[in-house]
Design a protein. Structure first.
Length: 726
DNA sequence: AGCACGCCGACT
DNA sequence: GTCGGCGTGCTC
């Protein structure tokens, strides 16, 4: 008897067994089953002869939804890998890999298309009778020659004209089953293709040499070096072979201009997937791509799950971008999944960036990835000059030193725009002396203490040791000890008072909620309606500000002394990206970084030698400190109303891992934000020198963790390869 | 997850 | 007396 094992949307690391009703469904098809008191939609994952469950208690499948699998073998392989690697329930994984419409039971087949054709009276109709209705006239004339889809006609001639002709019974609606249309393969043209420079040509031919096999390329190109052109010319032969290309872009980078560039070059339709689409629109792109009807699909993180009939190339643009890592539920990294997918589908993969993630760079340096470098600037791009401004013992007004205020004034008087940047990401508050710049360090770990206001103590995030918050600086006895960081609001009010004649605008994820709002703001900036721009992360991505000639980063110390070891890397990426987005060739910009530690070696290296040099130095530091990419990490997070519960739970988790001598346990320690929404948050970090060692231990213990007595009382999660420690 | 069952406090 | 609070436990 066939046992059907089904992946159901239930947060358990298991499949559920059912019996076939009469017909045995195919693996990869959706089915409807009864599960306890309710009905669920699941995906057939395995068909076996045996079951661990009592065979007499197995229920029958109620309905088979799909005639043909919606998950092919490769996609099932990817889902299984995700469930295995991220230790996540398989049903949940399968769910995230499906468009929402399919989760709800919508048909996976493309809907029949409505065509318009002439009726008998329409065929004999005298067109001159419509001379006073030009839209209807031209529509009827067109239908005389060709068939049109209803939606196309509505778009080109207007709904009212279509409706009028239908009412007059000159034309009629005909529904035809959807026909797979791969005409893009014949439509490809190549237009507006510039001559590649030597570096670009080298990169393009390297990719071209590996088009028929798995290969991973790091396209490491400085801002303005023409990475997109390399993508375009690498895509060309793939499309010409009739194969499809999937491009991932960061959340904010999916602008109409980007899409247009791909559409225009090849003259074909491009499938787009972003958060603004309706469920139906997403489903349509999914269907078209699965049927091979799209040559190019561009999308954000979750687009990595888009099926392709005939995959030829994967591209991850701005591969270092943090938005590729999902921060809740299935905490996967789309870039890492792209590597697995390219391998499974035997296609090449291009990872492009000006500021590679240290993990990626390491893979390139060790020869695991092909390292393609673009170091020449193309066109009229410019890069701002970088400078450090020492603010020790300087009076600060709303976080800005007088010298910097004067400089802002100068630039504004020249009619330029000024950008003030507050770095909030990776921010772990440390206590710093404003007189001498001293930061209290843990003696055992030589790492800065992290300030925990809730517990009123300083805590080391490496060993967990704590001490009360000091009143005086240990080095100069000053009592001017400040938590690092300024708020945007305070800054906004201060600037309004200091520069009453100039308009300022704040751009952060709160003020720019919704895509159109951000576009409006960016337009008003480019129209010079505002002279002072105040922003966070969001400004560093994708947008160019040609009239900005001064960029000031206010609080880089938060990142330099953060307990989050990735903060320095992120800061360097940010600085490099920002420097490439301000000014232009005729009007280059300057960038200033306010700091209490102007001599910081990483900072000096970045400013004097650029990101590539900095990154190699940072890698060296990671190696000596036993940090990723030289070690592998997994982070348990727990939150509960009672801090003791969260702590005890993680303590119990730590005990489970104490038997593995090659797995380090750090913690439990309070999370950087100890208290959020009334809940206390703790974390436990696991680390190992080999990925397999950590994977093995986790694989053995996750199920044990679920049986811990506090497991249901505490909200807990497991993050593999964590990026964010907040 | 979601839904039922169950055991205790405050209401017409 | 019952209505409903959410703790516990189970779903093939």
């Amino acid at each position: 008897m066939s046992i059907i094992s089904i992946a159901l949307p239930i947060p358990k690391r298991q499949l559920f067994d059912y019996l076939a009703a009469d017909e045995i469904p195919k693996i990869g098809c959706r089915v409807r089953v009864s599960f306890g008191p309710r009905k669920l939609i699941g995906v057939v994952w395995e068909i076996n002869q045996e079951s661990d469950w009592d065979k007499n208690k197995l229920k029958k499948i109620e309905q088979i939804i799909d005639a043909q699998p919606i998950f092919d073998a490769t996609q099932r392989k990817l889902c299984s890998w995700l469930a295995q690697y991220y230790k996540h329930p398989i049903g949940d994984v399968v769910q995230s890999a499906m468009p929402v419409a399919l989760r709800k039971g919508e048909s996976s087949e493309a809907k029949p298309t409505n065509y318009l054709t002439l009726t008998d009276s329409g065929k004999t109709f005298d067109l001159s009778n419509l001379s006073r209705a030009p839209k209807q006239y031209s529509l009827l004339e067109k239908l005389n020659k060709v068939e049109l889809t209803k939606s196309q006609a509505n778009q080109d001639f207007g709904i009212s004209a279509v409706k009028a002709l239908l009412d007059k019974e000159l034309i009629q609606d005909v529904s035809k089953p959807h026909q797979i249309n791969t005409s893009w393969q014949q439509q490809i043209v190549v237009q507006g293709k510039p001559q590649a420079n030597v570096e670009q040509a080298l990169a393009i031919s390297s990719v071209e040499a590996k088009l028929a096999e798995f290969a991973c390329f790091l396209l490491d190109g400085i801002t303005g070096s023409g990475k997109t052109e390399v993508y375009l010319q690498a895509i060309e032969p793939v499309l010409k072979q009739g194969k499809q290309v999937l491009i991932l872009v960061p959340e904010i980078g999916l602008t109409p201009q980007t899409v247009h560039r791909f559409k225009y070059r090849f003259g074909i339709d491009v499938g787009i997937l972003h958060s603004g689409l309706t469920n139906t629109e997403r489903l349509q792109v999914w269907q078209k791509s699965k049927n091979g009807e799209l040559g190019i699909v561009i999308g954000t993180r979750s687009a990595i799950f888009t099926p392709m009939l005939n995959p030829g190339l994967l591209i991850v643009d701005e591969e270092h971008d943090a938005s590729y890592k999902q921060q809740d539920g299935l905490r996967y990294h789309a870039r890492d999944l792209a590597v697995v997918r390219a391998h499974a589908e035997n296609t090449p993969l291009i990872l492009g960036t000006a500021t590679p993630a240290l993990e990626t760079l390491n893979n390139a340096l060790t020869g695991k990835y092909h390292h393609l470098q673009l170091q020449q600037r193309a066109g009229k791009a410019s890069v701002a000059t970088k400078h450090v401004f020492d603010i020790r013992q300087q009076p600060l007004q709303f976080g800005i030193a007088q010298g910097m205020l004067d400089r802002i004034q100068q630039h504004l008087e020249q009619g330029s725009q000024v950008m003030l940047f507050i770095n909030r990401r990776g921010y772990a508050p440390a206590l710093m002396c404003h007189q001498c710049g001293h930061v209290e360090h843990c003696h055992r770990c030589d790492k800065p203490f992290t300030l925990h206001n809730q517990l009123y103590k300083l805590q080391c995030h490496h060993c967990g040791s704590a001490k009360p918050i000091p009143q005086q600086c240990n080095q100069c006895q000053s009592n001017e000890l400040n938590a690092m960081g300024v708020g945007t609001e305070q800054l906004e009010i201060g600037l309004n008072k200091y520069f009453p004649n100039y308009s300022n605008i704040r751009i952060d994820s709160d003020s720019a909620r919704g895509k159109s709002k951000l576009d409006t703001m960016l337009n008003s900036i480019n129209n010079n309606e505002h002279q002072i721009l105040i922003g966070t992360q969001i400004l560093s991505k994708g947008h160019h500000f040609p009239n900005v000639t001064l960029v000031l980063i206010l609080d880089i110390d938060g990142a330099l002394f953060s307990a989050d070891y990735r903060a320095a890397e992120n800061l360097a990426q940010l600085i490099t990206q920002l420097a490439g987005r301000a000014g232009r060739a005729e009007k280059p910009g300057e960038m200033w970084l306010q700091t209490h530690d102007p001599g910081h070696p990483l900072l000096q290296d970045l400013i004097n030698n650029g990101y590539g040099h900095f990154a190699q130095y940072a890698l060296l530091e990671r190696k000596t400190a036993n940090l990723p990419p030289y070690t592998y990490q997994a982070l348990f997070k727990a939150q509960a109303l009672n801090p003791k519960d969260a702590h005890t739970f993680l303590q119990n988790v730590a005990e489970l891992f104490s038997q593995y001598s090659d797995v380090w346990c750090l913690g439990p320690i309070p999370a950087l934000m100890e208290k959020r929404q009334g809940q206390y948050r703790m974390q436990l970090l696991l680390q190992a020198k080999q990925r397999s060692v950590l994977q093995h231990a986790l694989g053995q213990q996750v199920n044990q963790i679920e049986t811990l007595f506090l497991a249901n009382k505490v909200r807990w999660s497991l993050d593999i390869d964590p990026q964010d420690f907040s």
